[in-house]
Design a binder for this molecule. Structure first.
Ligand code: G4P
Length: 175
């Protein structure tokens, strides 16, 4: 098992909780945040995508931001976080709706046209992959921009989709 996976599993066992389908990681990932752990996870992801000529990292507010920043820094590119509220200052933009099954609410993601360009090679980053609704909205935005989704990576993949690069899967947590 790779080091990042082993380290994260230990943290979840020591400081987190698995409550059915919900994994509590508030003490080190998405409320209180351990930046050294984020860097370790980001290094694993950046190494995996190092040969893919990524030009931009894309995530959604809020919890994906810390990881996206770390991965983008390691790949030497900028990252964009899709906003859940459109600021009045945002001019021309792309938008797509996403329904969160975990939070039982619908949100719209907004990305300004000036920060995502046609043909750009994009890596999607998030903390969790659950039902894929965030990624679906991000894919719509990438299509609107005529950019290219080159890969997707998350910290914890709760689905059976294996095309999403993940540090930990539900199977890892249950074994
Ligand atoms: P999906 O995008 O893959 O379909 O996932 P889903 O709608 O089910 O969940 C989306 C939101 O719920 C995400 O936050 C995600 O971080 C959070 N989430 C999903 N599963 C878990 C879990 O097991 N544990 C914890 N702690 N969070 C989970 P968000 O609504 O996009 O926003 P934000 O919290 O990042 O602001």
């Amino acid at each position: 098992m790779k080091y990042a996976t082993q380290t994260l599993l230990e943290r979840i066992r020591r400081e987190g909780r698995v409550e059915g389908e919900v994994i509590k990681v508030d003490r080190f990932l998405n409320h209180m945040v351990d930046p050294q752990l984020i860097d370790l996870l980001a290094a694993d992801i950046a190494t995996h995508f190092t040969e893919k000529a990524i030009e931009k990292v894309l995530t959604a507010e809020t919890s994906g931001i810390m990881l996206a920043q770390a991965v983008a820094g390691m790949l030497g590119v900028s990252f964009v976080y899709a906003k859940k509220k459109r600021p009045l200052t945002m001019g021309q933009h792309y938008a797509a709706a996403s329904y969160s099954f975990t939070k039982e609410e619908s949100t719209t993601l907004y990305v300004a046209k000036e920060v995502l360009r046609p043909k750009e090679r994009v890596l999607f980053i998030d903390d969790f992959f659950a039902k894929g609704s965030t990624l679906k909205a991000i894919e719509e935005i990438i299509d609107q921009a005529e950019a290219m989704l080159v890969g997707s990576a998350v910290i914890i993949n709760k689905s059976q989709r294996r095309d999403i690069y993940a540090i930990v899967t539900l199977d890892d947590l249950r074994s």
